[in-house]
Write a protein that binds this ligand. Sequence first.
Ligand code: ADP
Ligand code: MG
Length: 402
Amino acid sequence: MLNPSASIPSLSSRAEHTAAQAEGFVPAAIAANTAGISLRSLTKKYGSVVAINNINLEIAAGSYCCLLGPSGCGKTTTLRMIAGHEAITSGEIWIGDCRVNTLPPAKRNTAMVFQNYALFPHKTVWRNVEFGLKMRGVSPPERTKRVDEILEVVALKDLAKRKPHMLSGGQQQRVALARALVTRPQVLLLDEPLSALDENLRVKTRGELRKLQRQFGMTFIQVTHAQDEAFSLSDQIVVMDQGQIDQVGTPQTVFSQPASKFVAQFIGDNNIFEGTVLQVESNDQGAVIQLEVEGLGRFSCYGQAANVGMAAAFCVRSDQMTLILPGNRTTRVNTVTANQICARITAVEFTGYVTRVSLMLEATGQEILYKILTHDWVTHRLQEGQLITLSWRVEDSIFLSH
Ligand code: ADP
Ligand code: MG
């Protein structure tokens, strides 16, 4: 349980930061109050619709985990099953060392922040936050103490008497957060908590969420369809597609080594080339795999294992390609063996720091994307319609078996 005598650092004004906060102060009693999650062969069917198809997942106690995937892939369903708001069809859910399959939500030591916040419109901020404690039969003096304490943490103390319609989106989001945290859960479940906020506030609130999770040390499981959110928040990202898990890994791994064509596409700005495996050279780290791409020739990429003759693909990030100007060999290109293509510029999009160049491979008609620093792009004076050569290192092309 949260130690009532422990002073909880405030998220509010930067000036109020104590030395303890700067070091990521975590009251011992709070840090201990956390639990890991284990989903085992978990399945959810709605009639004939299989929303979650036999997933297995381990989430470490005290970690920040994001369920990432497109709309309809089963993120909310998974979260609601962990919370106990949705019955499971088969499989097991463990919270810490407790199998919670049929346990009612209030007994699971979880709390949920809903996508639409679901605040009571006629109650004040203070009463909204108090509600869960009242339902749990917490005594009035203890309720007062805990509500005041948590409103301090989320910087809402001055707005305690307001009703939700008198708050900005960001403030409403913090009320929803306070209402969940005040019950002192071991696991906090957040369903797209930032989706209703504008971009600047989204980035700011994201930072606050991460800080809060570190301070409290409890397990956060957050649903999101936004890659940047998952990348910036997570210790562990779970990429989901059509009720299944495609990849579990750190943000760095998911970004640089997508495990499937779906993940490569979803993470974005990857160019994917489909082909047939010609040759596999295994070494200690994995294998260098050679693929034949119809119309384009042979390419080498890194992977774990592959069978000669199998249909497969590889991806290369649009920012990992190098432009080769006629007669100009950069140092980077010198390390390349064979990964090179010729493509025609079809569109140039200025996005600020980076310019996005769309290209078409004349041999196959495939469209690809090349990202380059605007500062560098303008020096090349290239135009739509021109043919250019792009090259990339073997170690930057990732083999995709499916
Ligand atoms: P996400 O949160 O990733 O957008 P959901 O978990 O809400 O996806 O939904 C996963 C799938 O389950 C979707 O195909 C959705 O239509 C279906 N689904 C969700 N809730 C219900 C329900 N109550 N009845 C029938 N189908 C549902
Ligand atoms: Mg959802």
